[in-house]
Design a protein around this ligand. Structure first.
Ligand SMILES: *[C@@H]1O[C@H](CO)[C@@H](O)[C@H](O)[C@H]1NC(C)=O
Ligand SMILES: *[C@@H]1O[C@H](CO)[C@@H](O)[C@H](O)[C@H]1NC(C)=O
Ligand SMILES: *[C@@H]1O[C@H](CO)[C@@H](O)[C@H](O)[C@H]1NC(C)=O
Ligand SMILES: *[C@@H]1O[C@H](CO)[C@@H](O)[C@H](O)[C@H]1NC(C)=O
Ligand SMILES: [Fe+2]
Length: 465
């Protein structure tokens, strides 16, 4: 008997020692160090900002999911000269009959800037998993685009998400977007973790940089939904300019289906796509106890049915765990308030931006502290999410190169490069995450890991119990 038992015990102990040794030492700080250069925006006469030809032609076209389950799509665009038509004509690939939908038109002013005519139109009653063409604008200036609706919700429905944050409109932004488009694993929807145009870095928040960003990103945003998270560069709060309504340009330009998830604000909402349940939170709205966001999330989390959508994904702009010096601990107050729920409801992954670099944590939590018990350190926790910072789209302010040293034990991998990530959900148990740095014109896979679903396949727990 003992002869047979011994090797088992030794190997189990060996595994534990090996795992905890890895953990205590902290993770990897990539040895790839990018040559540090100041990030610069593409000039306004760049090819990516070209206006479409024709009088009053629709520009800055972008789409996002319009309802909770993926049978509606909000199409948005801007006309510069006059309101023009607010009609979208659309038809499915295998149908000869055309449908029309009427949208709304809005405008806003910001200091000395007056926006073009911003159109939003909700296309409803779409079929799942179907390619649709849509036409906007009239006569010579009409333009046609297409998108594919997501498959029906279901526990083993595969789906591929792109992950981009803090994109901006620099030369680096253009490289990141190009690499995302050229990735052989094709993302079908972008989970965007906030900080869009960086127009607010210009004098008087020059809102023409909102317009140029819309034209730059159109080559992706017109063809696949981007799921928006509000970042600090969307705030545009500038009392010195008389602009005291936070998020004014953002909310006029980008719509989200917040009402479909019984949210009272566009800054926090949820959607389902395929086998994923996505919860978008706002780092720049109140989230303390009794606030609308807190009350919403408290009601929202129990609604997630993991037998329908196994993958529970949270998006915030500010990371809750971040070992860069840049924005260090800015997410701490939200972490204290929401982390116990993330653990209780077994969130698979939290994606954030804000820090202009990449970082992936271990599965850890830090919820034991009660002011007097000294339990201040994060501990390994199989029910906890992995936190991924992907604020490395390109921005305008440069990379976050300074890191806290030594690398804390909760940080599994970190690197200050630009890039994008892909989350490739295979089925209810497995998803493959990969991060692709921009390296001298090429996208190089610099970090990757298998995600094992927290609800269906708590694999790490299996391994150590
Ligand atoms: C942006 O990227 C696209 C696609 O790679 C390229 O055609 C275009 O010239 C680039 N523009 C600038 C200004 O870098
Ligand atoms: C779009 O239409 C769908 C279906 O009628 C509805 O559930 C959703 O709330 C609408 N979205 C918006 C943003 O109006
Ligand atoms: C980052 O490190 C550089 C070089 O050590 C230093 O000059 C700079 O002040 C640091 N920045 C921050 C924000 O700590
Ligand atoms: C889920 O996907 C993983 C990775 O592709 C695969 O190894 C596994 O067998 C799949 N599970 C089922 C039940 O098909
Ligand atoms: Fe930010």
């Amino acid at each position: 008997m003992s002869v047979r038992w011994c090797p088992v015990i030794v190997s189990v102990l060996g595994l534990l020692v090996f795992e905890s040794a890895l953990f205590v030492d902290g993770g990897t700080t990539s040895s790839f160090v990018r040559k540090y250069e100041k990030t610069i925006d593409m000039p306004l006469d760049s090819d990516v900002f070209t206006e479409p030809p024709g009088y009053n032609a629709p520009q800055q076209v972008h789409i996002t999911q319009g309802d909770h389950v993926g049978k509606a799509m909000i199409v948005s665009w801007v006309t510069m000269e006059e309101p023009g038509s607010d009609t979208v004509v659309y038809w499915s690939e295998d149908s000869s009959s055309q449908n029309t939908a009427e949208g709304i038109i809005t405008t806003y002013t910001y200091y000395d800037y007056t926006s073009g005519f911003i159109h939003h139109c909700n296309l409803t009653d779409l079929e799942h998993d179907t390619k649709y063409y849509y036409e906007i604008g009239i006569e010579h200036a009409s333009r046609t685009f297409w998108f594919t609706t997501p498959p029906p919700i279901g526990p083993d429905v595969p789906f591929t998400f792109g992950l981009i944050g803090d994109l901006g409109q620099s030369f680096d932004s253009n490289i990141t977007l190009t690499h995302y488009e050229m990735n052989p694993t094709k993302g079908k929807t972008v989970l965007f973790v906030g900080d869009i145009s960086y127009a607010d870095n210009y004098p008087y928040h020059d809102n023409t940089r909102w317009d140029s960003w819309g034209r730059f990103a159109e080559r992706s945003t017109a063809y696949q939904p981007w799921i928006w998270t509000a970042g600090n560069h969307e705030l545009d709060f500038a009392p010195e300019l008389g602009e005291t309504e936070p998020f004014k340009p953002y909310t006029h330009r980008y719509q989200v289906p917040f009402e479909a998830s019984e949210s009272t604000s566009p800054f926090w909402y949820s959607i389902k796509i395929a086998s994923a349940y996505i919860i978008v939170l706002s780092s720049y709205s109140a989230y303390g106890k009794y606030t609308p966001q807190h009350e919403w999330l408290e009601k929202e989390l129990p609604k997630v049915d993991r037998s329908e959508t196994p993958w529970l994904i949270v998006m915030t702009h500010t990371p809750l765990y971040n070992s860069y010096i840049y924005h260090y601990m800015e997410g701490e107050s939200m972490r204290v308030i929401f982390e116990p729920w993330f653990v209780k409801y077994k969130v698979d992954v939290v994606f954030s931006g804000h820090v202009h670099a990449y970082e992936r944590t271990e599965r850890i939590s830090n919820i034991g502290y009660d002011v007097v018990n000294s339990k201040c350190d994060p501990i390994k926790d199989d029910s906890a999410p992995i936190y991924i910072t992907i604020g490395d789209g390109g921005n305008l302010e440069g990379l976050a190169i300074n890191m806290t040293e030594p690398q804390p034990m909760y940080s599994a991998f970190r690197e200050a490069s630009y890039g994008h990530a892909i989350l490739d959900i295979k089925n209810r148990t497995h998803a493959y995450h990969s991060w692709h740095r921009n390296q001298d014109g090429y996208a190089v896979t610099a970090d990757s890991m298998w995600f094992y679903n927290r609800y269906w396949y708590n694999h790490d727990l299996h391994a150590s119990s």
